[in-house]
Design a protein. Structure first.
Length: 221
């Protein structure tokens, strides 16, 4: 049972309002609560309210924090939203239920090998560098068709596309661009939108929004 006016309730209300404006079903939006650098004690209230989708940036932090939480709340779906090193692919395949940061051929190979070894097929979003910012990771737009072909050939389940628009710039054109890329390549999912812009992302086709600050407050340093 949600507490009246809790951050989770407020975000869900905002999602419903954005979906109403966009003539979309709120049930089509997956809210991923970004819990990186937050403690189990901070995460527990959302679990008690019934939320089950959480996102972490680092494999090691998730491995330390989530096994105990999942023991108490086995329905949790854990999303990896940060960049993934190829040498962590096997650990990520065993721990996460969705990966949002597939962005290069070497990681396709590493994940395919990890999926074979672990026996788990984890749905993956391909992260696209929509703002031409290589430091953020993400597949260059021009390389996307080849990467998608490689991933499909490796039997990696593709959930859709993901992006991180440039900071301090109106995000709508980048969200619209990702939506077009997803349509052009026959992909259903669009992982886009964070605390400050998820309503815009929903208007432009987001299926997965990654919200941290609006749910947990400012992240610990």
């Amino acid at each position: 049972m949600e507490k009246a006016g809790s951050p989770l309730e407020q975000v869900r209300s905002s999602i419903a309002q954005a979906c109403n404006r966009a003539r979309r079903d709120p049930g089509d939006i997956t809210l991923v609560a970004i819990s990186k650098r937050h403690t189990a004690a901070t995460i527990e209230p959302l679990l008690i309210e019934g939320h089950r989708h959480f996102g972490e940036n680092r494999v090691q932090e998730a491995a330390e924090k989530w096994p105990a939480l999942r023991e108490a709340h086995p329905a949790v779906q854990l999303h990896l939203v940060g960049q993934l090193q190829s040498n962590k692919a096997e650990e990520a395949a065993a721990l996460f239920d969705v990966i949002h940061s597939l962005d290069r051929p070497s990681l396709v190979k590493a994940l395919a090998k990890a999926f074979d070894k672990t026996g788990r097929l984890v749905p993956c979003f391909v992260q696209v560098d929509v703002g031409d910012e290589p430091q953020k990771g993400g597949c260059p737009v021009g390389d996307l068709p080849a990467l998608l072909t490689q991933a499909r050939d490796a039997d990696i389940p593709l959930a859709g596309l993901m992006c991180l628009p440039p900071a301090d710039i109106e995000p709508a054109p980048f969200f619209a661009f990702l939506d077009k890329l997803a349509r052009d390549h026959g992909l259903e999912g669009r992982s886009m939108g964070m605390s400050g812009d998820y309503e815009t992302a929903i208007m432009l086709g987001a299926t997965h929004i990654r919200v941290g600050t609006a749910l947990f407050g400012e992240r610990p340093a």
